[in-house]
Write a protein that binds this ligand. Structure first.
Ligand SMILES: [Zn+2]
Length: 127
């Protein structure tokens, strides 16, 4: 029997690797475009537009804002060259890892559906 903790860790790890949080097989994205669902296991990643919005804001937008504010006020104003380099590196890393962070957002949304099931949203049985 799998514990709640291992289900969460597994789903989040799958999201981080841009895989379906339910089965770990399906791709979440094609380049920058998110797939609607994974046909093989039947999981619809985002049932309604905006379902993952809260998770995206907390997991994505807030950290980005914090990093940019920290670099700007912490370094850029006193060390312009170093600050500019760090800002460029931070933006590159944030863009590069965006699908992974969105994948975690999809996984968090998936977990919320696992823990608070909606009768209108039957999740496919675990593989
Ligand atoms: Zn799947």
């Amino acid at each position: 029997m799998t514990s709640t903790r291992s289900i969460s860790a597994t789903a989040l790890g799958r999201g981080l690797r841009k895989r379906c949080p339910h089965c770990g097989e399906g791709q979440l994205f094609s380049a920058w475009k998110q797939f609607e669902r994974y046909a093989m296991c039947g999981l619809v990643y985002t049932r309604n537009p905006g379902d993952t919005w809260a998770f995206t804001v907390v997991g994505d937008r807030l950290p980005i804002g914090a990093i940019i504010i920290l670099i700007y006020f912490g370094i850029l104003r006193s060390h312009p060259v170093l600050g500019t380099i760090m800002m460029a590196v931070a933006v590159a890393v944030l863009v590069w890892t965006a699908p992974n962070r969105w994948g975690v957002g999809i996984a968090l949304h998936y977990l919320s559906r696992v823990y608070w099931p909606d009768p209108a949203d039957p999740l496919a049985p675990a593989p």
